[in-house]
Design a protein around this ligand. Structure first.
Ligand code: GLC
Length: 436
């Protein structure tokens, strides 16, 4: 099979010749009908340099295949994006052929996507098996892995050095260091500086942050792998109470409305000592026009106390083809192109998007652009998963109860012990006989 046929291009593909070749053939009086070039629309995220990266990749595929692409802008908040997708898919809309989907969505959206196995020619074997398994629902490969993530700690190397502080090993140490550096800097006139920014808005990002606090304290992952609700425990309460103490002290009150990009905005303009964010924030933080270029370090998130562990929530995005697409085969070829090794390598180097192909973590160019891809490899491969597999179609209900409970504690509407007991009751009600 030719390279372009493998990629689903019209040349040599099931639909016949490349448009221009077909036109020439027709002009010459040949009986072959001209192949139709399809327009494929793809929904891409826009965090950091993500949208541009997606556009460049999709256009490169279009130039190579003879098809064309249309990029659809979607909300930055994973929660708002899910709501938009659910609306479009429920209406069987043809507006989007290729969907960029979150690692927690295969169980919720699987029925709307085609099985990619007939098109992939085994390409999935090169990707992290756990992600391929996550994307396989009832034996159907409903999405190809595109990039993976884990929550990380960003810190200002210059400020820690200036104030004689180490990268914090525990959340308490982070709290103290953030407070000390913030106070000293403010006293010296740096009055916009905050200690720590993160994602505190009531949405999926807060689920990720709160899971890290709780899991790192040994408080579990809300619901365990067997479906038991575990979140109502003293370690989880301790973790949430600690975080609630940050708001207005080392974190701006507005953090309760921050998603990824708001946190990055504050940190990148030089106004925070620490930031919790995903790997993508590395590339723009070191961009030519970034005020913190070369001043930023990255480490695993702190442990929850001496007994605790380092815990980063597993995130990441996949590409899926809509069942309602008029051109599923062509759309699948775009998915295979974008998720392929060359494109993942380019996205890692230009945008700090973590590949889902293990061999790229040994690639010298990838590592020189993102040294932490190597030093934090275990953080990425041992990240804590949200309970999306066990919750399946009901994951968003579970998560929204969790982020709302966390938000209530952070904003002082409830203490953690009461909030977690209430959360447990609600999760029991949504579940089947108390189990997920
Ligand atoms: C990142 C992660 C995704 C997560 C989202 C929450 O985009 O990759 O998995 O759900 O953040 O805000």
């Amino acid at each position: 099979m030719t390279e372009s046929a493998r990629r689903g291009g019209p040349r040599g593909g099931p639909r016949g010749g490349l448009l221009s070749v077909g036109a020439v053939a027709l002009a010459a009086g040949a009986a072959q009908p001209a192949a139709e070039a399809a327009e494929i629309s793809i929904a891409c995220g826009a965090l950091g340099v993500e949208f541009q990266l997606c556009k460049d990749g999709a256009e490169a595929w279009a130039a190579e295949s003879g098809h064309s692409v249309r990029l659809v802008n979607t909300p930055n908040s994973a929660t708002e994006r899910l709501a938009l997708y659910q609306q479009l898919l429920a209406a069987r809309a043809k507006d989007i052929d290729v969907f960029q989907i979150d690692v927690i969505w295969p169980g919720m959206l699987a029925n709307h996507f085609i099985d990619l196995t007939p098109f992939s020619q085994g390409a999935e074997a090169a990707h992290f098996p756990a992600i391929v398994e996550n994307n396989t629902v009832d034996g159907r490969l409903v999405a190809m892995p595109w990039f993976t993530d884990a929550g990380l700690l960003y810190y200002r190397k210059d400020l820690l050095e200036k104030h004689g502080k180490a990268v914090p090993a525990t959340w308490r140490e982070l709290t103290e260091t953030a407070a000390a550096v913030q106070a000293a800097e403010r006293a010296a006139g740096n009055d916009k500086l905050w200690g720590f920014v993160w994602q505190g808005k009531a949405y999926e990002g807060l689920t990720c942050n709160a899971l890290e606090w709780i899991d790192s304290h040994g408080g579990g992952a809300v619901v365990d792998a067997r479906g038991k609700i575990t979140v109502n425990n003293p370690k989880a309460a301790e973790a949430l109470d600690l975080a609630a103490g940050w708001v207005g002290a080392i974190s701006p009150p507005g953090v309760l409305n921050y998603s990824e990009e708001e946190a990055r905005g504050v940190f990148q303009s030089g106004n925070a000592v620490f930031m919790r964010n995903w790997p993508y924030a590395w590339a723009p933080a070191n961009g030519a026009d970034s005020p913190v270029r070369d001043l930023v370090g990255v480490s695993a998130l702190p442990r929850g106390g001496a007994e605790g562990k380092q815990s980063g929530t597993l995130g990441g995005w996949q590409l899926a083809v809509s069942k309602y697409s008029d051109h599923p085969e062509v759309a699948a070829s775009l998915v295979l192109y974008l998720t392929g090794l060359e494109e993942q390598k380019r996205r890692a180097i230009v945008g700090a998007y973590n590949p889902t192909i293990a061999s790229l973590y040994k690639d010298a160019q990838v590592l020189s652009a993102n040294p932490f891809f190597g030093s934090l490899y275990d953080t990425f491969t041992n990240a804590v998963a949200r309970p999306s597999k066990i919750a399946g179609a009901k994951y968003n209900r579970l998560s929204s109860e969790f982020w709302n409970a966390a938000h209530a504690v952070l904003s002082g509407k409830s203490d953690a012990t009461t909030g977690l007991a209430r959360l447990e009751r609600k999760l029991k009600r949504i579940s089947r006989n108390g189990r997920w």
